[in-house]
Design a protein around this ligand. Structure first.
Ligand SMILES: [Zn+2]
Length: 292
């Protein structure tokens, strides 16, 4: 999507950029594609059905609350599920004001309180991992794109990304007119393991699956990005026995444990899977997961 100027671009930068890619060589990163094509053409009735199906798939009722039997472990689990820190937002692509740490805190709370994700990031929360204060807002698209290239990206469409995470410096980067979906997506990167060994295609699909989880839990619709990647992520979710199992692997277990959970002969099967993932062949990847 070509990003046009908005009045947000005129807000002067106030944030220091002192830890701005000091050492760019080995920086890991990921990104969030932000082409708006689906958002404006998406059929509303179809969307509702999809959202309902999505909730059912992850053991939630249409209100976003857990179905009975899920999350009954503590007295206040129902209250937690009912909390919706992102309730002030009406759609995933809503733009928020840069340098608004209140929004960053809301995203942090939404992830921390998620019945699906929360239980598996307790160590990180305890260790002080936060979203508030870890976002670098760019006030010019040029500056954002320059930073993105500087950490070594080559083959992605630089014009369409809506954010990226600099894993080495633990910093989220957002372009002018940042969107709430992008902040959630990049925050998921911050709390999860690095799955780039699974290829960017799989890494982004898994990240978007949990981005959508948080959005839907908070009464928003699913995001509009990474549709192809998401299909494979859903097949991975089903193969490991559901979203909670996948969550434990994605946020706590790590890539090797996911590999071992996915394949009958992890070492030999993984190579074939990665070859297909590099080709971004959704159909063959789903087929491969069924047969290995
Ligand atoms: Zn991403």
């Amino acid at each position: 999507m070509k990003v046009t100027d908005t009045k947000d671009n005129r807000i002067p930068p106030t944030q220091s950029s002192k830890n701005f890619f000091e050492d760019r060589k080995e920086t890991f990163f990921s990104h969030n594609k932000n082409d708006g094509s689906h958002f404006f053409t998406y059929n509303t009735a179809q969307k509702r059905t999809n959202d309902k199906q999505f909730l059912t798939n992850q053991g939630l009722t249409a209100n976003g609350n857990p179905v009975s039997g899920v999350n009954k472990t503590s007295n206040n689990s129902l209250v937690q599920a009912k909390k919706k820190p992102l309730s002030g937002f009406s759609k995933p692509r809503e733009i928020f004001l840069p340098n608004d740490t209140k929004t960053e805190k809301k995203v942090y709370e939404a992830i921390k309180q998620s019945p699906i994700i929360g239980p598996f990031i307790k160590d990180k929360i305890k260790a002080g991992v936060k979203i508030q204060g870890s976002v670098k807002y760019h006030y010019k698209r040029d500056s954002f794109e320059e930073s993105y290239s500087d950490i070594g990206n080559r083959d992605d469409d630089i014009k369409s990304i809506g954010g990226f995470y600099d894993r080495k410096n633990k910093k989220i980067h957002l372009p002018p007119s940042p969107r709430i979906e992008s902040l959630v997506h990049e925050s998921i990167h911050k709390f999860s393991h690095n799955f780039l060994g699974f290829t960017t295609f799989i890494h982004e699909g898994l990240t978007q699956l949990f981005t959508n989880t948080v959005l839907v839990e908070n009464g928003l619709s699913k995001g509009s990005t990474y549709k192809k990647e998401l299909k494979v992520a859903e097949a991975i979710r089903d193969k490991v026995g559901g979203l909670k199992n996948l969550s434990s692997l994605f946020f706590a277990g790590g890539p090797k444990k996911l590999r071992d959970a996915l394949f009958k002969n992890p070492k030999s099967d993984f190579g074939g899977f990665i070859q297909l993932a590099r080709k971004k062949d959704t159909k063959k990847l789903i087929e491969y997961l069924k047969n290995h």
